[in-house]
Design a binder for this molecule. Structure first.
Ligand SMILES: Cc1cc2nc3c(=O)[nH]c(=O)nc-3n(C[C@H](O)[C@H](O)[C@H](O)COP(=O)(O)O)c2cc1C
Ligand SMILES: CCCCCCCCCCC(=O)C(=O)O
Length: 394
C-alpha cells in the first residue's frame, strides 16, 4: 500500500544501527552489577571519557575524485591475514554478558575474518574455545606466578594459540566504585539493590544461573555462583601482578615460542624497551579506562609509541574508546596496524550472543568502508597522518 510515494508497510530499521544502539540495548538486558562491570571504569572515569574524546580532536583531510569505490580493508596482525583491522579484545567473565561468552565471540570473529583474544579469566576454557573454533585465535596472559604462567602458556600453545598478549597494566585491580556499589565487588555481595536488579532481569538471571558460565574457568573449577565468588578471590591473589617486572617479560619472551605482544603500554620508552626484548608487538591500551585513572587517552600516545618502535618493525595495535569506523581509520592513520574493541562486542554478546557480536563487527566494517570511500582512501594499509589534521579550537 502506497501514499505520496511511501510504502506504508515499510518500517524504519529497528535493529541496532551503531555501537551506541547496541550499548543501550545491552544495558536494558543486564542487571546493574554486570552493567557496571562492563561499562564502568576507575575512580572519576577521566580516562574512560578521555579515550572517547581523543578521537573527536582529529578531523579528516578527504581527497576528492579518487575513484575509490571498494577500499581494501584487509591487513595482517601477527602474520595472520584479517579481512578487517578490528580484533576482539580479551574480556574476563564474558559469560556474564551471554552464557556462550568467549565461544560466541571467537566464532563470530572467525565468521567475520578476524580474531578474538581469549582472556586468562575467560568463562570458557582455552580448550573449549579451541574445540568450538577452527582458527588460531590469540591468548591473553595474566602472568601471576611463573608456575601458573607456564601452565597457562602450555595449555594455550597446545590448543593452537600462536600469538599471546601479556597484560602489563594490572599490578592491582583499578578502583571501580560502580562495581563495588552494585555488589559486584570485590568482594561480591548481595545488596537489596542488586537483588532487586536481578529480579528485574529474570531472563538474564535464570539463563545465567542455569548455564553456569560466570567464573574464570581456566583457573577455577565449576561455573556457578560459588565459583564466581572464588574467581574474584583468584583475581585478587593471582591475576594482580604488582611484582611483575621487565625480567619476567624477558622470561616470558624466552618461554613463548609464538608471537608475543605487551598489552597496556602507554609511553615510547616502555614500548622501546619491550621491542628491545624481542616482543613482536605492543598494544597501546589503558585497559579501557579501568585501571589507572588519568592515564592518557590511547589515541593521544599512539604517535609517540609508533615512532619509538618504527625502526624495529614492531607492530602497534590500539584499544580504548573505539566505537565508530571513523575511529578505526583515525587510529590506523596515526600508526596502529589494527585496533581491538572490548565493550562494543560485549554489548553485542548481551544483545544476541554470537549473532550480536557478528552484528557489531558488521556495523564497524560498514563504517570503516564508508569512511574510506568518503575520504578517497584506497585501503587501510595506505593510511598515514596526512589523512588527518587536529581540530583547531574555537
Ligand atoms: C568487562 C571487561 C573485562 C575485561 N577483561 C580483561 C581481561 O581479562 N584481560 C585484559 O587484558 N583486558 C581486559 N579488559 C580490557 C580490554 O581488553 C580492553 O583493553 C578494553 O576493553 C578496551 O577498551 P574499550 O572497552 O573501550 O574497547 C576488559 C575490559 C572489559 C570491558
Ligand atoms: C569484581 C570482579 C571480579 C572479576 C574476577 C575476574 C576478573 C578478571 C579480570 C578482568 C579485567 O581485566 C577487568 O578489567 O575487569
Amino acid at each position: 500500500m502506497r501514499a505520496f510515494g511511501f510504502d506504508l508497510r515499510a518500517r524504519a530499521p529497528r535493529a541496532p544501527l551503531n555501537v551506541e544502539d547496541y550499548r543501550r540495548a545491552a544495558r536494558r538486558r543486564l542487571p546493574a552489577m554486570v552493567r557496571e562491570y562492563v561499562d564502568g571504569g576507575a575512580d572519576d572515569l577521566a580516562t574512560l571519557a578521555a579515550n572517547r574524546s581523543a578521537f573527536a580532536r582529529w578531523e579528516f583531510r578527504p581527497r576528492v575524485l579518487t575513484g575509490v569505490r571498494a577500499p581494501d580493508l584487509a591487513t595482517t596482525v601477527a602474520g595472520v591475514e584479517l579481512d578487517l583491522p578490528v580484533l576482539l579484545a580479551p574480556v574476563g567473565l564474558a559469560g556474564l554478558a551471554h552464557w556462550r561468552g568467549d565461544v560466541a565471540a571467537a566464532r563470530a570473529a572467525e565468521r567475520r575474518g578476524t580474531r578474538h583474544v581469549l582472556s586468562t579469566a575467560s568463562s570458557w576454557t582455552i580448550e573449549e574455545v579451541a574445540a568450538a573454533t577452527s582458527e588460531d585465535h590469540f591468548f591473553q596472559l595474566y602472568p601471576h606466578s611463573g608456575e601458573t604462567a607456564a601452565a597457562l602458556m602450555a595449555r594455550a600453545w597446545d590448543a593452537g594459540n600462536r600469538t599471546m598478549m601479556v597484560t602489563v597494566d594490572y599490578p592491582v585491580r583499578g578502583n571501580r566504585e560502580g562495581e563495588r556499589r552494585t555488589g559486584m565487588g570485590p568482594p561480591p555481595v548481595l545488596t537489596p539493590g542488586s537483588v532487586l536488579s536481578l529480579c528485574r532481569h529474570p531472563a538474564w538471571t535464570c539463563r545465567t544461573l542455569a548455564h553456569r558460565r560466570i567464573s574464570a574457568r581456566n583457573l577455577v573449577a565449576g561455573g556457578g555462583v560459588a565459583a564466581a565468588v572464588a574467581s574474584v578471590e583468584i583475581q585478587e591473589r593471582h591475576l594482580s601482578q604488582a611484582t611483575l617486572d621487565w625480567d619476567d617479560l624477558a622470561w616470558l619472551r624466552d618461554r613463548w615460542p609464538g608471537r608475543l605482544y605487551a598489552k597496556g603500554v602507554l609511553t615510547g620508552e616502555d614500548a622501546s624497551r619491550a621491542a628491545a626484548l624481542g616482543l613482536d608487538g605492543i598494544v597501546v591500551s589503558n585497559h579501557g579506562g579501568r585501571q589507572l585513572d588519568f592515564a592518557p587517552a590511547t589515541l593521544d600516545v599512539l604517535p609517540e609509541i609508533a615512532a619509538a618502535v618504527r625502526d624495529r618493525g614492531t607492530e602497534v595495535l590500539l584499544d580504548g574508546g573505539v566505537r565508530r569506523g571513523s575511529d578505526v581509520v583515525k587510529a590506523l592513520a596515526l600508526g596502529a596496524r589494527a585496533v581491538l574493541v572490548g565493550r562494543p562486542y560485549v554489548y553485542g554478546l548481551a544483545v544476541g550472543g554470537e549473532a550480536g557480536v557478528a552484528g557489531v563487527l558488521d556495523v564497524l566494517r560498514d563504517e570503516v568502508e564508508r569512511t574510506l570511500v568518503l575520504l578517497g582512501a584506497p585501503g587501510v594499509r595506505t593510511l598515514d597522518p596526512t589523512w588527518l589534521r587536529p581540530v583547531t579550537a574555537g
